[in-house]
Design a protein around this ligand. Sequence first.
Ligand SMILES: Cc1cc2nc3c(=O)[nH]c(=O)nc-3n(C[C@H](O)[C@H](O)[C@H](O)COP(=O)(O)O)c2cc1C
Length: 347
Amino acid sequence: MPTIIENNAFRKLGLKHPLIVAPMAGGPSSPELVAAASAAGALGSAGAAYSSPAEIENFAAQVRQRTNRPFAINLFIPHPIPPIEPGTIERAIAATAKYRAELDLPAPRFSGPYEEDFDAQFEAVVRIRPAVFSFVFGLLSAEHIRAARKAGVLLIGTATTPEEAQLLEESGVDAITLQGFEAGGHRGIFDPEAADREVGIRELLAQGIKRVGVPLIAAGGIMTAEDIRAGLAAGAQAVQMGTAFLATSEAGTSAPYRSKLLEPARKTRTTRAFSGRLARGIENRFMGAMTAEAVMPFPAQNKFTRDIRSASTARGSADFLSLWAGTGQGDLWQGPASELIGQLFSK
Ligand SMILES: Cc1cc2nc3c(=O)[nH]c(=O)nc-3n(C[C@H](O)[C@H](O)[C@H](O)COP(=O)(O)O)c2cc1C
């Protein structure tokens, strides 16, 4: 099975390694990390979901100042937000009141919009014309697919089940990231309210290969050269790695988050506590304290907890941070990303 490097659609990217350094929205994907990954022969990815169109353009310009190699921009596919019952808002406010008091935060002022305007973000992507646009949480509309094609941008969708992979292939994407249950960060499940089918990467890859013809990218718990070889041997044409790059010198990961990542034996689980969508992160106080009844739907909960997370970072505390990380263990590399990539592909 040819890797993405030899695959017709992707050959023009001229990648040296079948590796995508994962988009990591919320800070870790700095322009420095994206540029370093791409300059080292992988595909760096900008996690732009929480950024305004102007911020996305600025980010891309910063990457392009550092390298002329191809990179990806990644966004979240939006979904209609269900009406939020006043009782749910009251419970969310009550459940977080003591933490806001502990962090000297005022009572929350809570109103929409809860997220950036996707169409405006997407228009910025089309203006930038990155080599690749990747997305998560669903399907891209036919109109958006046409606009990306016209701009010469390759499309990579994200699936957590074989059925989602099939739907992505039918929609006309160029490749699919299969995100196993092991993966750090948000679960890419299309339906924000659906239960997690919890399909591990091996099973997902085995099923995906049977069902779809486009190149598959394996993600979730991939940490070592051996893991990469196993993924490629199982039929993936590339791998996508996030957690392994979180402590690199270029990553925008905050200091308290880094400290938790560097503790031995990271214990992770999935939670809706921070954003309202399931995501995998290292267990901490906030995750343990929030019960399902006190959590609003995505992305309302994400906006609602932002002040708490920011104040926690400012105090150097990891107690209230979303500490996204996958199940993969082992010491994280703290040097330049290029050296990690060199080590991963040294043989
Ligand atoms: C801190 C963090 C942030 C992430 N943010 C995004 C994102 O913005 N978009 C996305 O498609 N995936 C995101 N992911 C998921 C990655 O694309 C990928 O599936 C995951 O990192 C693979 O698992 P691993 O972390 O075990 O390598 C994020 C992962 C992490 C760890």
